[in-house]
Ligand binder design. Structure first.
Ligand SMILES: *[C@@H]1O[C@H](CO)[C@@H](O)[C@H](O)[C@H]1NC(C)=O
Ligand SMILES: *[C@@H]1O[C@H](CO)[C@@H](O)[C@H](O)[C@H]1NC(C)=O
Length: 583
């Protein structure tokens, strides 16, 4: 139940006299003293066709629940058939507790249908299936018009509206047809920036700037799909349809396809379609190829969840639905150990990584990072840290920060653990990383290739910033590995015991530079001769995954970017450290 009382005019339970208290309580209970100027939100019908989506539904439905919009102004229209998984069980479970919160729920399903005749698999689209979907969408549209819904949100069960304001934001834009930009883990999205003469997809120069939010706003485009809001209060919306027959063969000679008919029909009726990227609204899984299976769709979902986890701490999951979600069994990907470095005072990153590991089935040990903020002159002396006299940060021309020292020491502690524990190979991960799709599989490609080709290695970068343009030579016979050139960052790497020994034996604490400068020095690809002079043994064998398997979650300067190494105190008073003025 929602009341429409204006906060300005009355606060429940804060009145003076008993009569006033009674009046206020009564008014609160009935809502009669409502502000005459306040208005109810427009009514919305959310329509979803669901088929074999038991894996995406827990998240999809949780995000619908989380929409910041009064549920008594929303009706749901859900239609599900031809399932071979437990989609129906899940929908019924959800509706048991949620149904009463909505103005109305239209739920129709077919328990017996298992597919269309001649269908080659769950991702195969033949004419019968297209016709079926066209009819259902048309039904949803008719239903919305019939109940005088102000808006219809036509949304697929693999479109995740992670931004709770999506519905209210899109409504406020007052367009006839509008869609929130939904990102995938790659180039796929829910809009087209070009269409061929035959009405099929065409990549144009406008696509990337919209997808990557370089041009912000709501853009008119030839196609939006998967999550589309239609403003039914606009007269022109009467012309919209998913059914080609309603347009007639003179006006539409395109394929029998719900979204193409809708988009082309809108265009010939003079109704523009808009895609909005003014906020991060949500995400979408990449659709399957016709021969793909549900398990491939599950993998797509895992990839997408990891992409979402590069933007937020976790993907919400309603308690009622948690039991429908399964995770892979955890292991160490063939390593003796996987370490994850995290600062205790960054619990949100630890939490985010915990969710990533759960999705990936990674068993990792968290190493509390040495916090630069707790380091001081005397504690550094205890560590035996001396700065390399020639070092100055190449961009800022400043000595090392305490954060950078802390970061170095955190990696150093792990190298020591590797040698002391007698591990043969480990993986080291920082906590601000984004995993590439199929991370698990790609790591196993690398490890099995290393074994098959008997590749000699000490360190393999999984994520880094390449600093030189020259091609890096591939490791002989390898498909996945190159010889690493000068690189920055230590997002993640594989390390062998011999690698750890070499990194320790060079006594890096006595001539400290940031850890991502130290590694290239030891594999002898560092351009600074003076720095290298401090380390006569530079025979670390460093390879890199190509393409990389890890990227930073937030690039420098992007919203949300926090650097614990670069924003901390600059060290000026330690032995061997020059001040800014001297550099
Ligand atoms: C219809 O499509 C044409 C060709 O792409 C485009 O120039 C025109 O702006 C579109 N009309 C509307 C209303 O979107
Ligand atoms: C330096 O840090 C150590 C350990 O954090 C602390 O015990 C000590 O008091 C600090 N010394 C100074 C001079 O701040």
């Amino acid at each position: 139940m929602q009341f429409y009382l204006s906060r300005r005019e009355m606060k429940c339970g804060s009145s003076l006299s008993l009569v006033a208290v009674f009046t206020a309580v009564w008014a609160c209970a009935t809502g009669v003293l409502a502000d005459t100027r306040s208005q109810k939100q427009p009514t919305v019908l959310i329509a979803t066709l669901v088929r074999n989506k038991a894996h995406t539904l827990p998240y999809f439905l949780t995000l619908i629940e989380n929409l910041d919009y009064p549920k008594d102004r929303i009706s749901l229209w859900i239609q599900s058939d031809n399932n071979v998984d437990n989609t129906l069980d899940l929908l019924k479970t959800w509706l048991e507790t949620e149904e009463k919160k909505y103005h109305n729920v239209y739920f129709t399903y077919d328990e017996n249908s298992r597919g269309f005749e001649g269908e080659k698999g769950i991702a195969d689209w033949n004419n019968a299936r297209f016709n079926h979907v066209i009819n259902l969408r048309e039904e949803a549209l008719a239903n919305a018009r019939n109940i005088w819904a102000d808006f219809l949100l036509m949304i697929d069960a693999d479109a995740f509206l992670t931004n709770p304001k999506t519905l209210s934001e899109l409504i406020s834009k007052d367009e006839t047809v509008i869609a929130p930009l939904l990102k995938s883990d790659g180039m796929y999205s829910n809009f087209w920036a070009g269409m061929t003469k035959e009405y099929y997809y065409m990549r144009t120069d406008r696509y990337k700037p919209i997808l990557f939010r370089e041009e912000i706003g709501c853009h008119a485009v030839p196609m939006v799909h998967s999550a589309v809001l239609i403003n039914l209060k606009k007269t022109e919306s009467n012309l919209l349809t998913y059914n080609a027959d309603k347009l007639g063969p003179q006006r539409y000679d395109g394929p029998r396809d719900d979204i193409i008919t809708f988009a082309v029909g809108a265009n010939i009726s003079g109704i523009p379609l808009h895609i909005c990227n003014d906020q991060v609204y949500g995400f979408i899984t990449v659709p399957l190829e016709s021969q793909d299976t549900i398990s491939q769709d599950k993998q797509q979902l895992t990839n997408l969840k990891l992409e979402i986890l590069a933007y937020q701490e976790q993907l919400p999951l309603s308690k009622n639905l948690a039991r429908f979600v399964t995770y892979p069994v955890k292991d160490t990907l063939g390593m003796d150990k996987i370490y994850m470095i995290n600062l205790l005072r960054r619990p949100e990153r630890r939490e985010r990584m915990r969710h990533c590991f759960k999705e990936l089935g990674i068993l990792a040990e968290t190493i509390d990072a040495v916090d630069g903020r707790t380091l001081n002159e005397s504690s550094l002396k205890e560590w035996g840290v001396k700065m390399m006299p020639e070092y100055a940060d190449p961009y800022h021309k400043r000595p090392m920060t305490m954060g950078e020292v802390g970061c170095f020491l955190s990696h150093y502690v792990i190298w020591k653990k590797v040698v002391e524990s007698g591990y043969d190979r480990v993986m080291v991960l920082e906590d601000d990383i984004r995993f590439e799709p199929y991370f698990r599989q790609k790591v196993s490609f690398i490890t099995s290739e290393v074994e098959r080709l008997k590749i000699d290695w000490d360190l393999v970068y999984l994520g880094r910033k390449r600093l030189q343009d020259q091609e890096e030579p591939p490791v002989e016979g390898s498909r996945y590995l190159v010889l690493a050139g000068y690189s920055y960052w230590t997002l993640g790497y594989l390390l062998s015991r011999r690698g750890a020994e070499k990194l320790l034996e060079a006594k890096p604490l006595e001539n400290m530079v940031p850890v991502d400068e130290y590694l290239p020095i030891l594999f002898d690809k560092h351009p600074r001769t003076a720095w290298k002079g401090h380390f006569p043994e530079r025979d670390l064998i460093a390879l890199s995954a190509a393409p990389l398997l890890l990227y930073p979650t937030h690039y420098t300067g992007e919203r949300g970017y926090i650097s614990d190494t670069e924003d901390s105190t600059v060290i000026t008073s330690l032995p061997g450290t020059k001040t800014r003025e001297e550099l």
